[in-house]
Design a protein around this ligand. Sequence first.
Ligand code: UDP
Length: 242
Amino acid sequence: MRNIARIMGVPVDKGSLVDATNRIKELLNKDGCSQVVTPNTEIVMSAQEDKELLKVIEEADLVIPDGIGLIYASKIKKKGLTERVTGVDLMAQILNYCNEEEKSIYLFGGKPNVANMAAENILKKFPNIKIAGTQDGYYKAEDEEKIIDSINEIKPDVLFTALGAPRQEKLIYKYKNILKVKLAAGVGGSVDIWAGTAKRAPEVYQKLGLEWFYRLMKEPWRYKRMLVLPKFMIKVILTKDI
Ligand code: UDP
């Protein structure tokens, strides 16, 4: 039984990284393609307008709170989310489990060669994982179905998409009824972190809930998108029940 909190109408699974990892193990051992989504504050705000995105999250099999804003909102409105569970950390747990069970993964997204570099580094840390395939995220729209067909020929256990949110989530949703994978997760920039082309915020930022600030310093052009964070917090404070 899932234990769900609703943040502005968006369902999020309550629990820790360990709980999320246990759920992953369950999903990897069941039939069909399960979808994992990792919304942050920006995605929750987008889902207020974007009904397709809301549906994707509603129908996902695991939704982790990958944004400190969601945890603050939950604390203020007593929604029961206790800790942030990041996509980067969950991806590491999935990889660890795949290594133990000798499962296969497919990396789909990122700039040309990024997925290959990520695969190499993943193999160094998790040598029992099978890299089923890689594909960059800068393909022609008309090639999308061919890519899905080639994934289906290989039948990897796990498909990671890194095409930017919410595109990577919508792509999984669009094909999940025909995808021959056990688990599919949009992991965005995590593939860049594995490839070494991006760095995760130092632990001190993570601990202080300031990972967003580190990202803002590294990628200042994102500031417009990030203005949604204060908007979200103001909405949380001014709305009686989010
Ligand atoms: N990306 C991609 N194809 C695109 C746009 C982005 O493969 O057309 C990749 C990009 O190279 C990066 C990942 O998507 O590896 C995440 O991008 P971004 O940081 O914009 O993600 P977001 O924060 O929006 O999830």
